[in-house]
Ligand binder design. Structure first.
Ligand SMILES: Nc1nc2c(c(=O)[nH]1)N[C@H]1C(S)=C(S)[C@@H](COP(=O)(O)O)O[C@H]1N2
Ligand SMILES: [Mo]
Length: 184
């Protein structure tokens, strides 16, 4: 079974509870792929998430606060990328869409940002935030994803927004993002 896990367990095997991390069945539909920890498991409650959670962007000058509607009205980009967890499982490619981190850096007034601190609404802990580097910010496939496979992200996959960065361990793909702080 561990061999099958390493090879990825999407597609035909997607519904198999046996192969899912923590033996949970990921379900079906656009958000029906493996999930690491549910929102509930890490203290991310509906009360913390909204309904009117804003995204706070900081960089050069005063910070900008954006509603989800505003984010969805911006130019959306897509990328086909897996989640690859260091615990030894990965998904097949999923179709993510949302904002390019590079576009958000420009919007924050730092088009040449060399790092971004990504913070989630999760109570502070090892995975609740991540620091990404310039090459990750400027990769055209590096997204703050709002949607996956044509649907809004589910709460367990990081609603309202999560990071998706190519060729990076899943742990860098922070879920439930509410603040991005760019620096040079
Ligand atoms: N805020 C937050 N983001 C997180 C995590 C977390 O615990 N908290 N887990 C990470 C890990 S280790 C992985 S492998 C992926 C899993 O994403 P998924 O649950 O959507 O498959 O989310 C990442 N993002
Ligand atoms: Mo992970």
């Amino acid at each position: 079974m561990s061999g099958a896990r390493r090879a990825g367990v999407g597609g035909r095997l997607r519904g198999s509870a046996l192969l899912a991390p923590h033996n949970r069945n990921p379900g079906s539909g656009p958000n029906g792929f493996q999930n690491n920890k549910t929102a509930a498991a890490v203290g991310v409650t509906r009360a913390r998430l909204g309904p009117d959670r804003r995204l706070e962007l900081s960089g050069h000058g005063p910070s900008v606060t954006l509603t989800r509607a505003r984010l969805l009205a911006m130019r959306q980009h897509a990328a086909m990328l897996p989640i690859a967890c260091v615990e030894g499982w990965s998904t097949s490619d999923q179709h993510w869409s949302g904002l390019r981190l590079a576009d958000l850096a420009a919007m924050a007034g730092l088009p040449r940002a060399s790092s971004v601190l990504v913070e989630s609404v999760q109570p502070p802990g090892p995975y609740s935030s991540v620091l990404l580097r310039g090459n990750q910010i400027h990769d055209p496939r590096a997204l703050l994803a709002l949607r996956v496979n044509g649907a809004d992200l589910s709460i367990d996959h990081g609603y309202p927004a999560r990071v998706i960065v190519p060729a990076n361990p899943g742990v860098n793909n922070t879920k439930w993002v509410h603040r991005l702080t760019f620096r040079t």
